[in-house]
Design a protein around this ligand. Structure first.
Ligand code: ADP
Ligand code: ASP
Ligand code: MG
Length: 866
C-alpha cells in the first residue's frame, strides 16, 4: 500500500492558489509517482455532492485529484453538485403535477448554477466555449422532458431516472473540463456505457459480470491515468438510464474499484471519516479510525448516511481497503474500513464501534395462538412482504412463538398490512390469528461492534442508560452474529437516546446534565451563582457537564436555544435575559421541558408554591428528576408523597428534598443512611426553625418581640410568609417529613402543634399579624421571664417518638443538647437502635439563602450521578 493520504496531502492548496493556473508538480511528487508507477495499481476516488457543491469546493477536489494522480492511474467518481438531485426530483414532480411556474423556476436555477460553476472553474473563453454548448443543449432537452411530463401528467420510475441522471452528467463533465484546463489530462467516461444493471429503475441491481467486462475493456482501450465518471447512474441491457438508489455514487465507485481490482477506494465527503454517531445528532461524535467491513455495513444499513450501504460488499469481496476522507480537511486521518481492524481502536474498550439510527419506522405485528408450534409462519410472512417488494429492517419473535414482529419503513405500512392480511386470510377468518397491527412513529437505534459478543453486559448498559432517561424500548433485536444490537424506540426519543448511549459507550468520563430552575429568588439566584462558579470543577472532577437549560419565575421563562448540544444559558446574563423573555405559565414551562426531552434532566423547584409542587408527578413520570427546596410536596397528603417517591423509583429517577429540613445540613441523607443500613429510628428531637431560633435567641425583652421577628424576616431567615414559621406549621411540616422518611406513615393532621401565639395573631394579613404581635408583647415577655426564672431557654422543639409527632415551645435546661444553639442553628437528635442513649447529632446553620442554595446544589449532584 502506498503511504497514507495524510502524508500525500500535506497543504495541498498551496499549489493551487491561482485556480486558473496550469498546475506544476512538485519535485516530491515525481519521486512518489515513480515509485508507484511500478505497481500501476488503480485508485478510485469518489467525491460526494457536498465536495462538489461550489466552484471553490471543486477546486479543492482538483487539488486532491492532482496529488493522487501523480501516484498512478486513477478513476474519479463524482456525485451531482450538492442538492441537485433533490432539485431535479422536485422539478420532476412539479412538472408531472402541471406546476409550470415551479418547474421552470427550478430549471432556471439549475442552469444558472451550473453555468456559473463552469465560468468560475474554466480559466479561458476557449475552455468555456467547449462546455457551454452541451450544457445549453442539456437544459433544452431537460426542458422538453419536463414539458412532456406536464403533458402526460405522470412521472414513471424510468423517466425519473433519466431526469435525475442529468445531475451527475453535468458535474462529471464539468469536473473533467476543469481538470483538463489544469493540465490534468482527464477523460470523461459515461457510466451508462460501463455499468450494466437490470431494469429496476430507482434502485437497479448491478450485473457484475457484464460490468466488469465493460470496465476492463474500457481500461484497455483508454490507458489514460485519469478518468472521470458520473456516479449514481448506469444503464440496463436496452441502454435505458437507471440509477442505483439515493446516495448511490458511493456504490458506483465501489463497483468500479472491484471490477478493476483497485488498490484502494476513497470516499471523499464533508466529515472526517465514519463517526461514532451521526454528527447532526451528537456533538461529541468523533471519527472511527479503523472499522471492519461488516461493522461499516451494519452502521450504514442502520442509518449512517456517510456511506451508502451497498458500497461495502463489492470492495469487501475483493479485500480492497476503503477509506473515508474529508475533502475540507484532507490531512485528517479519516476512517479505514478493512478486514481486521485493531481491537480497542475506538471507544472505551473498543467494544462498541459506533451508533446509528433510522426513523421513521413502524412495527408490524402478527399475533395469535395459531402460530405456536406451526412451522412456516415466518417464511410465509417474509415471502409475502418480499413479493410486495417491501424491505424488512428488523425482525423479532418472542420465544413463545405467539407473535412475530417486523420493523419496516413507515411508508410501507399499508402495503405490508395488505400483504400480510392476504397471506393469512384463512387463519384470520378462522380466528387463529389477529389481523396484522401496526405501530408507527418509531425508530431504530443500533449499537454496532464486532467484538460485542465477547463482552457480556453491553445490553445491560444499554438498557440502564436508556432506562434512567425514560426512553422506553418497544422491541429489541440482536443478530446471531451479535455484531448489532438494535432497539426500537419512539422516534422523538432518538436524539436523547443516541446521546445517552454515546455518553455511556464513548464518553466514559463525561456526562451531560440539564438543569431547569423554577424560582430564581433569594435562594435560586445564589444557586445559579454557585453553579456558574462550579461548572469547571464539576466537569474536571466529577465528569459532569452541567448546563442550565431553563429558568422561570412566575411571569417569564427563559429557555436555552443553544440546541440540545449547546452550552445552555449564559449564567452571567440570565437576569436581563429572563426579564426580556416571553411571558409564560408554569404549565408551559414544564411542557417545554418535557417537549425538549433532554437526557439527564433535573427540575429544580426553589419556590414555596403548591402549583409548582403540582408539576412533579408529570415530570417524574417522564424520568425528569425533581430537586425540591419547596416543602409542599413532601408534606402533602401521605398518598401523594408516596406516589411521588414511587414514580421516582419506577422511572429510574430521583425525587430529592434534603433542604426541606435544616437547609444544607445532612438530615434527610443521614436518616436515609441509618434506615438503609437496617437501623430503626425510635425518637427524634429537633430544633428545626432557623427563624424561631433566631427570634428566641435574640429576644430578651429589651426590644419588642415584633421587632425581632421583623429583623428575622429582613435577614431572609423566614418563609416568604413569616406566620408559617411563627405558628409552628413550618416546623410541623419538617418533623412530618422526617417521620415519613423514618418510615412512619403520618399525615399532617396527626402532628400535634401547640402554638405559643395568641390566636388573634393569625387572623389578618401580614401587617395585621405584626400589629397583633406588638399588641401581645406582654404575653411574649411573660413566656421569656418564666423560662429565665427556671434558668432555662426558650426553644421551639419538634419531637417524634413511637409513631407520634409534636411541635411546641419548651423551656430547655442548660446541658441539654438543644440548649446551646446560636443564631440560626438547627439541630436534630436521632435516637435509634444503634444510638439508644447518646443520640446521633446533626447540628449547624439551618437557614439562609447561601447554605440552602448549597444544599440544593448537593441534591442536583446526587440526582446527576444516579
Ligand atoms: P456526500 O454528499 O459526500 O455523499 P452525504 O451527505 O451522503 O455526503 O454523507 C455525509 C453526511 O453523513 C455527513 O455530513 C453526516 O452529516 C452524515 N452522517 C450520518 N451518520 C454519520 C456517521 N456515523 N459518520 C459520519 N457522517 C454521518
Ligand atoms: N446524487 C445522488 C443523490 O443525491 C447520488 C449521490 O449523491 O450519491 O442521491
Ligand atoms: Mg452520500
Amino acid at each position: 500500500m502506498r503511504p497514507s493520504t495524510q502524508a500525500r496531502l500535506r497543504q495541498p492548496w498551496a499549489r493551487i492558489q491561482n485556480p486558473f493556473g496550469v498546475w506544476v508538480p512538485r519535485k516530491s511528487r515525481f519521486k512518489f509517482g515513480a515509485r508507484n508507477q511500478k505497481h500501476k495499481k488503480m485508485q478510485v476516488l469518489k467525491f460526494g455532492g457536498t465536495s462538489v457543491a461550489s466552484a471553490e469546493s471543486i477546486t479543492r477536489v482538483l487539488a486532491i485529484v492532482a496529488d493522487v494522480q501523480a501516484a498512478g492511474p486513477l478513476v474519479v467518481v463524482v456525485s451531482a453538485l450538492g442538492g441537485t438531485t433533490d432539485a431535479l426530483l422536485e422539478l420532476g414532480h412539479a412538472a408531472a403535477a402541471g406546476d409550470a411556474a415551479h418547474y421552470r423556476t427550478l430549471l432556471r436555477q439549475l442552469e444558472t448554477r451550473h453555468l456559473a460553476a463552469a465560468e468560475a472553474l474554466l480559466p479561458t473563453a476557449a475552455a468555456q466555449a467547449e462546455v457551454q454548448p452541451w450544457l445549453t443543449a442539456d437544459f433544452a432537452e431537460l426542458a422538453r422532458l419536463a414539458e412532456g411530463l406536464a403533458a402526460v401528467g405522470e412521472l414513471s420510475a424510468r423517466t425519473l431516472d433519466r431526469l435525475l441522471s442529468y445531475g451527475e452528467l453535468w458535474s462529471s463533465r464539468l469536473l473533467t473540463a476543469a481538470a483538463r484546463a489544469r493540465g490534468l489530462g482527464a477523460v470523461w467516461a459515461d457510466a451508462r456505457q460501463l455499468i450494466r444493471t437490470d431494469s429496476a429503475f430507482g434502485r437497479a441491481r448491478v450485473d457484475e459480470a457484464a460490468t466488469t467486462r465493460l470496465l476492463t475493456d474500457f481500461q484497455t482501450k483508454n490507458p489514460q491515468t485519469l478518468w472521470v465518471l458520473p456516479g449514481f447512474i448506469a444503464a440496463d441491457a436496452h441502454g435505458q438510464t437507471t440509477t442505483l438508489g439515493r446516495g448511490g455514487s458511493d456504490y458506483s465507485a465501489a463497483i468500479v474499484a472491484a471490477a478493476l481490482g483497485a488498490e484502494r477506494l476513497e470516499i471523499w465527503t464533508d466529515v472526517s471519516g465514519m463517526l461514532t454517531a451521526d454528527p447532526r445528532l451528537v456533538r461529541a461524535a468523533r471519527p472511527i479510525p479503523h472499522i471492519s467491513y461488516e461493522e461499516a455495513m451494519e452502521l450504514s444499513h442502520f442509518g449512517a448516511k456517510v456511506l451508502y450501504a451497498p458500497t461495502v460488499q463489492p470492495v469487501r469481496q475483493r479485500g480492497i481497503p476503503l477509506w473515508i476522507k474529508n475533502t475540507f480537511e484532507p490531512a485528517a486521518p479519516g476512517t479505514l474500513v478493512e478486514v481486521a481492524p485493531p481491537v480497542g481502536a475506538s471507544g472505551p474498550g473498543g467494544v462498541v464501534r459506533g451508533l446509528s439510527s433510522i426513523s421513521p419506522l413502524a412495527l408490524l405485528t402478527l399475533e395469535g395462538s395459531g402460530m405456536v408450534g406451526v412451522p412456516g409462519f415466518a417464511a410465509r410472512l417474509f415471502a409475502a412482504l418480499a413479493r410486495a417488494a417491501l424491505n424488512v429492517v428488523l425482525i423479532t419473535q418472542s420465544s413463545s412463538e405467539h407473535s412475530i414482529c417486523v420493523g419496516l419503513s413507515e411508508a410501507d405500512v399499508p402495503a405490508a398490512q395488505r400483504a400480510a392480511a392476504e397471506e393469512f386470510a384463512l387463519e384470520i377468518a378462522a380466528g387463529r390469528l389477529d389481523a396484522p397491527s401496526a405501530e408507527t412513529g418509531l425508530a431504530i437505534v443500533a449499537l454496532v461492534g464486532d467484538t460485542m459478543r465477547a463482552h457480556p453486559g453491553i445490553s445491560g448498559r444499554l438498557f440502564g442508560a436508556l432506562g434512567t432517561n425514560g426512553v422506553n424500548i418497544r422491541a429489541i433485536a440482536q443478530g446471531a452474529s451479535e455484531r448489532n444490537i438494535s432497539t426500537v424506540i419512539r422516534a422523538d426519543d432518538v436524539r436523547k437516546a443516541i446521546n445517552v448511549l454515546h455518553e455511556a459507550f464513548f464518553e466514559a468520563t463525561y456526562k451531560q446534565v440539564n438543569v431547569f430552575l423554577l424560582g430564581p429568588g433569594n435562594v435560586g439566584r445564589k444557586l445559579l451563582a454557585q453553579l456558574r462558579e462550579q461548572q469547571p470543577h464539576l466537569r474536571e472532577q466529577l465528569g459532569l457537564q452541567l448546563r442550565v437549560m431553563g429558568i422561570a419565575n412566575s411571569r417569564h421563562c427563559l429557555l436555552s436555544d443553544g440546541g440540545p448540544d449547546g452550552d445552555g444559558l449564559d449564567l452571567g446574563r440570565w437576569e436581563t435575559e429572563l426579564a426580556a423573555a416571553p411571558a409564560c405559565s408554569l404549565d408551559e414551562f414544564t411542557g417545554r421541558i418535557l417537549a425538549q426531552n433532554l437526557r439527564n434532566s433535573i427540575f429544580v423547584d426553589v419556590t414555596a408554591s403548591p402549583a409548582a409542587a403540582g408539576q412533579y408527578e408529570a415530570l417524574l413520570a417522564r424520568s425528569v428528576a425533581v430537586v425540591a427546596c419547596n416543602k409542599v410536596a413532601a408534606s402533602s397528603e401521605l398518598s401523594h408523597y408516596r406516589r411521588l417517591k414511587n414514580l421516582a423509583q419506577e422511572f429510574n429517577t430521583r425525587f430529592l428534598f434534603e433542604t426541606n429540613v435544616g437547609a444544607a445540613l445532612p438530615v434527610i441523607g443521614t436518616l436515609a443512611d441509618l434506615t438503609r443500613s437496617g437501623d430503626r429510628v425510635r425518637r427524634m428531637q429537633a430544633v428545626l426553625s432557623g427563624t424561631l431560633n433566631f427570634v428566641f435567641n435574640n429576644y430578651d425583652g429589651t426590644r419588642p418581640f415584633a421587632e425581632v421577628v421583623r429583623q428575622a424576616q429582613a435577614e431572609g431567615y423566614t418563609e416568604p410568609d413569616p406566620r408559617l414559621d411563627l405558628n409552628g406549621s413550618d416546623v410541623a411540616r419538617k418533623i412530618l417529613i422526617l417521620a415519613r422518611e423514618a418510615g412512619q406513615p403520618l399525615e399532617m393532621s396527626e402532628v400535634a402543634n401547640t402554638s405559643f401565639l395568641p390566636p388573634s395573631c393569625l387572623e389578618g394579613d401580614v401587617a395585621a399579624f405584626y400589629a397583633q404581635l406588638t399588641h401581645h408583647e406582654p404575653h411574649f415577655r411573660a413566656l421569656y421571664d418564666a423560662a429565665v426564672a427556671e434558668g432555662k431557654r426558650l426553644k421551639f422543639v419538634a419531637e417524634y417518638a413511637d409513631g407520634h409527632a409534636a411541635v411546641g415551645l419548651q423551656n430547655i435546661a442548660p446541658g441539654h443538647d438543644l440548649y446551646e444553639l446560636r443564631g440560626k442553628d438547627n439541630v436534630v437528635l436521632f435516637y435509634t437502635d444503634r444510638y439508644p442513649e447518646q443520640p446521633l447529632v446533626v447540628k449547624g446553620a439551618g437557614a439562609g439563602a447561601e447554605v440552602t442554595a448549597s444544599g440544593v446544589f448537593a441534591d442536583i449532584i446526587r440526582a446527576a450521578r444516579l
